[in-house]
Design a protein around this ligand. Structure first.
Ligand SMILES: Nc1ncnc2c1ncn2[C@@H]1O[C@H](COP(=O)(O)OP(=O)(O)OP(=O)(O)O)[C@@H](O)[C@H]1O
Length: 206
């Protein structure tokens, strides 16, 4: 992914100013910086869910548009743990996403994801009955059941216990090792280091 000259203001107040960065194949990149510096804003602009005031975002040379089915397939974003259908169990949520993306053997993939995230025992519960950490684990499990070449994560360490953070760091490093790309905002220096991330520090008037 290549970002050039991205800027975003809210009500005339600059939040992201002229940011350029690249995330290469096989690379984990960590955006770091203090609260309010603009990490989430940058991620939402990159994902085309917020419209930047200026700048370009390209994936493999093509402008990134969230309405483009190819882009939606290439980019997996986990920004929070809120995007669940309320009446669908954890297992059904993962199963639906795997099938929508046309993966082979969705049953096996979903079982493996539930096991990897250690949420098999709550697979039949609807999201609002999960603990907050289990909901975060379910959000992350999505990345294991659908295709992507770029994974975008916003503070994925939130609400994870120590074992979960270690698993996540090793998972991200392994994905980079297989040639995929990861861009995350994080406040967890251990996660950033253990995942082998290249650090991009945002500076702002905060
Ligand atoms: N929709 C919005 N309208 C107005 N201001 C906003 C909006 N979204 C974000 N901001 C402001 O933009 C600034 C950057 O917010 P952002 O969430 O991007 O920071 P962040 O670096 O992700 O912070 P944190 O580390 O606390 O998650 C903050 O001052 C915030 O108040």
């Amino acid at each position: 992914m290549e970002v050039r000259g991205l800027s975003k203001s809210y009500a005339g107040r600059p939040v992201v100013t002229d940011v350029s960065l690249e995330v290469g194949a096989g690379e984990v990149v960590a955006l770091v910086g203090p609260n309010g510096v603009g990490k989430t804003t940058l991620l939402t602009c990159l994902l085309d869910t917020e419209r930047p005031d200026a700048g370009t975002v390209r994936l493999d040379g093509t402008p990134l548009r969230d309405q483009d089915p190819e882009m939606r397939r290439a980019v997996c974003a986990v920004l929070d743990d809120a995007g669940f259908y309320p009446d669908v169990t954890a297992l059904e949520h993962l199963d639906a996403l795997a099938r929508v993306h046309g993966v082979a053997d969705p049953d096996d993939l979903v079982d493996a994801a539930l096991a990897a995230l250690r949420i098999e025992h709550v697979a039949d519960q609807v999201p609002w009955t999960l603990s907050s950490g289990q909901r975060r684990r379910l959000s992350l499990a999505v990345a294991l059941v659908r295709p992507w070449s770029l994974l975008v994560l916003d503070e994925p360490e939130q609400r994870l216990d120590a074992a979960g953070r270690s698993w996540l760091a090793d998972y991200l490093a392994a994905q980079a090792g297989s040639g995929r790309s990861v861009l995350m905002a994080s406040h967890d220096a251990t996660l950033v280091a253990r995942s082998g991330a290249r650090v991009v520090e945002l500076h702002g008037d905060v």
